[in-house]
Design a protein around this ligand. Structure first.
Ligand SMILES: [Fe+2]
Length: 226
């Protein structure tokens, strides 16, 4: 859905940004950040849009309109923009990360917020900007406060961000990794529901439990059954 991001920010292709605050001479355009959704399946965006829609129908997105919800879902593709600044030795490592390496990875939400704030600064007054920044900074927060970087808890984490977090985890589990095969859909849902990927809100857990088969059947059409 990168064309939605292009539309949302009126981007005209690559627009490299050089900042004083971040010593980054690489291409720091929002389009380049889309690369960092590469750890996901091609269905990630559809998954986010579907869950966002279901949560909206439950009336759990507050004042957000259906269009706002769709826009927030579009911005989910920028969630890992901060990985742009991770060293290749970590990004491309075939084995599991060491605790030290994981500590570095945990900085990517803050780095991502800084990168997006800078590269999208001329669209600072838009809803797309707000959604992109919030998703980028807080997509690793968890319902019980055990996430990072801010340890936000419960509804301190905007619900649309929680949707991206759940989708991020689910899609990552069913995606291929260099160090493990893709997990089956039933196993992925069970792992999340049992708390194996951190705590999620009761509403999201309920949606995942009720819609697990639908997610597999409708969204991951090409995925093999367990
Ligand atoms: Fe992330």
């Amino acid at each position: 859905m990168s064309h939605h991001i292009i539309q949302a920010f009126s981007l005209q292709g690559s627009d490299p940004i050089f900042t004083d605050s971040i010593n980054c001479t690489a291409d720091c355009s929002p389009l380049s950040f889309l690369l960092y959704a590469r750890d996901h399946t091609p269905h990630f965006s559809t998954l986010v849009h579907s869950i966002m829609q279901w949560v909206w129908e439950y009336g759990m997105l507050g004042e957000m309109t259906r269009e706002d919800a769709a826009l927030a879902a579009d911005m989910a593709l920028l969630h890992d923009a901060g990985k742009h600044l991770l060293p290749a030795s970590i990004l491309e490592k075939a084995d599991r990360l060491t605790p030290e390496e994981f500590h570095i990875v945990q900085k990517h939400p803050i780095w991502g917020e800084a990168l997006l704030s800078c590269s999208l600064r001329e669209r600072r007054d838009t809803s797309a900007f707000t959604y992109a920044i919030e998703i980028c900074l807080h997509h690793h927060e968890r319902w019980d406060g055990a996430g990072y970087p801010d340890g936000l808890k419960g509804m301190e984490i905007p619900m649309y961000v929680q949707v991206v977090s759940l989708s991020d985890v689910y899609d990552a589990l069913v995606a291929q990794r260099s160090y493990r095969p893709p997990m089956g859909h039933r196993s992925a849902a069970n792992l999340i529901l049992s708390g194996g990927c951190g705590a999620f809100s009761p509403v999201l857990r309920s949606i995942l439990a009720k819609r697990a088969q639908q997610i597999e059947a409708l969204i991951y059409k090409e995925a093999p059954h367990e």
